[in-house]
Design a binder for this molecule. Sequence first.
Ligand code: NMX
Ligand code: MLT
Length: 442
Amino acid sequence: MILKDKLAAQLPAWRERVKKLVTEGKDAKVGEVNIGQVYGGMRDVKSLVTDISYVDPNEGIRMRGFTIPEMLEKLPKPAGYEMPLVGGLYYLLLIGEIPTLEEAMEVEEEWKKRAAVPPYVLEVLKAMPAEAKPMTMFSQAILALQTESDFARKYDEGMRKDQYWEPMLEDSLNLTAKLPAIAAFIYSLKHKDGRLPAPDARLDWAGNFSQMMGVSDKTYPDLARLYFIIHADHESGNVSAHATHLVASALSDVYYACSAGMNGLAGPLHGRANQEVLSWLLEVYEKYGRVPTKEELRQFAWDTLGSGQVIPGYGHAVLRKTDPRYTAQFEFGKKYFPEDPIFKLATLVYEVVPNVLMEQGKAKDPWPNVDAISGSLQLHFGIQDSDENGAYGFYTVLFGVSRALGVSANVVWGRALGQPIERPKSLTTKMLEEVVAKTKAG
Ligand code: NMX
Ligand code: MLT
């Protein structure tokens, strides 16, 4: 398999490079940690390493050194479409180079061979209560698949440490191959006839997802490709990536680790924000029965803040400018459906909310993040997912399908480079008080 061969070829040099770095630089400082950071969610504490992606506060994400516009331009595309193959993105994440069309297609072919979801996983999902949240089902399906883990089996049989990455790659390909069908099945159970449509062997991974979702609009496969590419990775400190990395560091397999990551993604401050944004936009739209004026929207935003809630889709722990993932989705909507009222509303929010947040003066980043617009694009294509509480629960599953690509690529590399079990140190409040007392005393 090309992925395995290309990865294997890179490993000796990478292992040597890391060994040299750790030997020579063991005591070199990369930063200091203060009490604000210890109590403040470890913001900006530099303690993780990945070469797969990096988020610059002002520029946003680069995956393997490429910005989003560069990836959309350079990654190979399926004939007749404008957005790249997701198989090409997975190749880029794992290998670090833009693939040729043939190389991207090899990943797509690997996925096709591995796409069948075992019947017991479908039964697990069917057995869940009607009120089960789509993200609970998604995480549960990934966990149910753990029975299939090649890593777990080979570990039990006895395996050399330097070979760990090989079954991790197998597991990662097997898992990511099945996610479009798992997501489409969850959607079907929740909102359609509860059957899993058969995949079409002629279609690519994202094209098949669109087909299984039953969206006939010819533009949707391109939105799916765009969506799955831009949400895949956001360096290692975000909750889903960090949770996956942490669990995998205990030599848990990809299924255990990804399921944990998805449980983090389900949180309202992380991936669930894409649901909350749409609920918020529809609340605004319903209140005024139309796209409101800027002044009405400004008032609505202040009311949200006044009720002690955050404005979903705005702000970020690292970014300090408009998220380029927002911009990529905005460009897509502007090109294909600029007059869609909820899309228009989402773009109007961009003209109003940053000023409101700046006036309020709390959020360090008043600009939109990836979630501020993604739901309005899905809604345009009829992905209607409101439950009786108005929560658009399926939207975070879409984020999860994509995020599994990034986190699985990271855990393969983590194993290949022998990353150790993660175990930071905790202190007591008294100890920290003593640190402050000592600092004050000079
Ligand atoms: N609306 C209102 N208040 C906000 C917002 C916002 N969108 N963003 C930050 N703040 C507040 C924040 O709650 C905090 O208040 P307090 O001091 O009372 O605790 C204060 O501003 C300072 O927070 P920051 O340091 O700017 O943000 P932090 O790094 O702690 O959190 C987020 C980052 C993303 C969790 C935060 O901006 C937020 O809650 N945004 C809305 C939810 C959201 O869109 N999440 C999705 C993030 C992207 N993703 O997909 O994961
Ligand atoms: C993400 O994509 O994970 C989010 O933007 C959150 C983050 O990076 O902290």
